[in-house]
Design a protein around this ligand. Structure first.
Ligand code: F6P
Length: 367
């Protein structure tokens, strides 16, 4: 019997539980044993009770629950080879040779590194007598499948990531609420949204709420006079009788010199230059928590099922797949190519953290 494990890693995202449920139930339906690794990569490193066999009923209620019930972590130990050695030993001891990782780009990079190191990890474990050669020989290949769970929607090779749509709904509901109080007081609001170095949430929320301005890392404001132009435009609207101003700032927004554009800077600008009664709202983790919307539940379920199919189809030499959604179809793409493409975008906008993550030296690893 094949033994397939799933873990969730990095920042939680609504829909991760549906992904766990999808993998567990699809694995059982296909005659495999399903396992959940608790607390992300930390659970792999710690082993024992952190790797638990899952039955059909163990994932009851998972579809509609936010966050990740099996836990997640940004695990330091797994970034180092000794941590990965422990993780490999624990998997072999449990007889698990397939791992589905649901997380962001850093988590998926770590997963593929683990796969590529697998033979040398096992060799070392045999040398140090942590494993017998018989044990190691039974698990010559580790199957990895990536599911992209991230509110940021910052991964290449997929149109959408698990959790992003729910998060967007949450942001828009919050901005709708802010809008009514802004209109009442004739105020300006600067709303900071998550997304790390990806402006998708800010851009989509800006369109959906009719915001006056948005700031995103991918498209820094052009020209030296962008502040003057922005103030002139807001003033013109105010002169026409507009009673509210909404500016959305992605937390990773930058100007054309790669300097951060902060929500505080924008609040001060509107206050000092336009004398607007301005408030700043940093939405924070309310964006990330809570029930997944229908789209995320179904996306994660379909992708969880596809992840199990990908495990069953995988062979040594076939690159690890990442399950995506492209043009409304669930797709399998090459995980490392997707990570590399994400890196190209990151480089283009000067994301030094991501380039570091690729080298597994940066704190952004395990995003
Ligand atoms: O990657 C998801 C995300 O929510 C980002 O949008 C945000 O920058 C980051 O995680 C926050 O991380 P933490 O929850 O560790 O503060």
């Amino acid at each position: 019997r094949r033994k397939i494990a799933i873990l969730t890693s990095g920042g939680d995202a609504p829909g991760m539980n549906a992904a766990v449920r999808g993998v567990v139930r699809a694995a059982i339906m296909r005659g495999c044993d399903a396992y959940a690794v608790h607390e992300g990569y930390q659970g792999l490193v710690d082993g024992g009770d952190m790797i638990r066999k899952m039955g059909w009923d163990d994932v009851q209620g998972y579809l509609s629950t936010g966050g990740t019930i099996i836990g997640t972590a940004r695990c330091k130990a797994f970034r180092e080879r000794p941590g990965r050695l422990l993780a490999a030993r624990n998997l072999v001891k449990e007889g698990i040779d397939a791992l589905v990782v649901c997380g962001g780009d850093g988590s998926l990079t770590g997963a593929d590194l683990f796969r590529s190191e697998w033979p040398s990890l096992l060799e070392e474990l045999v040398k140090t007598k942590e494993l017998t050669s018989e044990e190691a020989e039974r698990f010559t290949h580790l199957n990895i499948v990536g599911l992209v769970g991230s509110i940021d929607n910052d991964m290449s090779s997929t149109d959408i990531t698990i959790g992003a749509v729910t998060c967007l709904h949450r942001i828009c509901e919050s901005i709708d609420s802010i809008s009514s109080t802004a209109s009442s007081h004739s105020r300006a609001f600067v709303v900071e949204v998550m997304g790390r170095h990806c402006g998708w949430l800010a851009l989509m929320a800006g369109i959906a709420t009719g915001a006056d301005f948005i700031f995103i890392p991918e498209r820094p404001p052009s020209g030296e006079n962008w502040r003057d132009n922005m103030c002139a435009e807001i003033k013109a609207h105010r002169d026409l009788g507009k009673r509210k101003t909404i500016v959305i700032v992605c937390e990773g927004a930058i100007d054309s010199n790669l300097n951060p554009i902060t929500s505080k800077d924008m609040m001060d600008l509107l206050t000092d230059r336009l004398d607007l009664d301005t408030r700043m709202t940093i939405l924070g983790h309310v964006q990330r928590g809570g029930k997944p919307c229908v789209y995320d539940r179904n996306l994660a379920t379909m992708q969880g099922v596809e992840a199990v199919e990908a495990v069953l189809a995988s062979r040594p030499g076939i690159p690890s797949p990442m399950i995506g959604m492209n043009e409304n179809k669930i797709t399998r793409t090459d995980l490392m190519k997707a990570v590399a493409l994400t890196g190209e975008v990151a480089k283009a906008i000067g994301r030094k953290d991501f380039i570091g993550a690729m080298e597994l030296r940066d704190p952004a690893f395990n995003q």
